[in-house]
Design a protein around this ligand. Structure first.
Ligand code: UFG
Length: 390
């Protein structure tokens, strides 16, 4: 931790101790937090104290900040959230096993290399955190069908390992990367949060399991959570320094951009006989920085001591595969050679969010559309090619 962060950390500890822990005799919140000399001997404390401290800091007009443990912060969405947190004045610790993440995406942050399935590694870092953002999960729908063991091991067992370690450390605020995959094939779109959750693949099942574990831990232990149900995350930071990087890449936008750049094969369009206006699948593409800002809003909400919740994080506007290809051709000025192929198993025809709940609850709204998504994704790809060519 840098000196500045360390000083801030100590200030935060002392504010918490003075305001809520040391001065709350009989409240029960400070038991075990002080050594025999009455000094604060750790950052382990109740989340009630955290929410009160944050609220008090707001009222005082002083800087508010919390320490956020970003699990999977060296990955695509986690790295964008980490930057957004830092810009907002929070302190970030990234925890990542680098199995699908990249060290350079975590540049500028404290990076703890560790696995969610390793309770000892989590126990070392969690006492320093006020809240958790959990991005670490495998996320290929097709792979989850052929290798469910991998998905249940990491996303379910790993998720529970994290949850239990957090409970032991007294960190009871978590923002979870859920997915619209929990809905399965919804009968009605735009999708509202209260429809039945009926996932149709093991990836969606793993996300639903974790949502339900959070609900149970909330009821039993006062664990406060935000389940953010992402629609199709896409695009990149305007800096061009971080962006989407998957190996293998299976997502439509990066594949279409590669094809436009002449770096990939002809784009396969999976299905042209869907019940949609042009016959291709419709998705709600949400810019990754809009997703990141939803995490900040969710953090503020929980830090203010408010209740757990689940919300859709989407734009409310759908785009078909054909429309995405057109947007890619416009942004790049190049043609995307393509061929129609049969449907990809497990693809629902239309997934579009109704984002009204997030707007009402969090005052959050997507600010970028498909053109921004494609433009920033292209900028990121160009920057990577320039860097590689040097
Ligand atoms: N598509 C193609 N050709 C391709 C790749 C994709 O036609 O080469 C189509 C797909 O069939 C789909 C659309 O483009 O209709 C978007 O596909 P992506 O693979 O980009 O994204 P998905 O909608 O399959 O997956 C995303 C997230 C998952 C999440 C899922 C929810 O990546 O994590 O949305 O349905 F679970």
């Amino acid at each position: 931790m840098c000196m500045h962060s360390h000083a801030r950390q100590k200030l935060f500890d002392s504010v918490l101790c003075t305001m809520f822990l040391c001065s709350s005799p009989g409240s029960g919140i400070n038991s075990g937090n002080h050594d025999s000399h009455g000094n604060c001997c750790g950052r382990r404390r109740s989340t009630l104290a955290l929410s009160q401290a944050v609220a008090a800091k707001h009222a005082d007009g002083k800087e508010k900040f919390v320490v956020v443990l970003v699990i999977g912060g060296a990955g695509y969405i986690g790295s964008h959230a980490a930057r957004a947190l830092k810009s907002a004045g929070h302190e970030v610790i990234i925890f990542d096993n680098l199995s699908t993440g990249y060290e350079f995406l975590a540049a500028g942050f404290e990076l703890v290399k560790g696995d969610v399935l390793d309770p000892a590694a989590l126990a070392r870092v969690l006492p320093r955190a006020d809240a958790i953002m959990h991005f670490a999960a495998y996320a290929y729908v097709g792979e989850s069908v052929t290798n469910p063991k991998k998905y249940f091991h990491n996303n379910v067992e790993g998720g529970l390992s994290l949850l239990n370690a957090a409970l032991d450390a007294g960190v009871k605020r978590i923002i979870f990367s859920s997915s619209c995959a929990v809905y399965g094939e919804p009968a009605k779109v735009p999708i509202e949060e209260n429809i039945p959750r009926q996932p149709v693949n093991p990836y969606g099942v793993s996300k639903l399991f974790f949502e339900q574990a959070l609900e149970a831990y909330d009821r039993a232990y006062g664990f406060r959570f935000a389940s953010l149900r992402y629609f199709n995350a896409a695009g990149a930071d305007d800096s061009g320094e971080i962006g989407e990087l998957h190996e293998p890449e299976t997502h439509l936008i990066p594949l279409a951009l590669r094809t436009a750049a002449g770096l990939g094969p002809e784009l396969q369009v999976f299905g042209s006989d869907y019940p949609t206006p042009d016959g291709t699948c419709v998705r709600d593409y949400i810019h990754v920085n809009d997703l990141a800002s939803a995490h900040l809003k969710a953090l503020d909400h929980l830090a203010a001591g408010r209740d757990s919740f689940a919300v859709n994080v989407g734009t409310g506007t759908g785009a078909s595969v054909q429309e995405v290809i057109t947007a890619v051709e416009e942004a790049t000025g190049k043609r995307v050679p393509r061929k129609m192929v049969p449907r990809r198993p497990g693809d629902p025809p239309i997934l579009v969010a109704n984002p009204a709940k997030a707007q009402g609850l969090l005052q959050w709204k997507a600010t970028r559309g498909l053109r921004d998504v494609v433009r920033t994704a292209w900028n990121w790809m160009e920057r990577r090619r320039e860097t590689a060519a040097r």
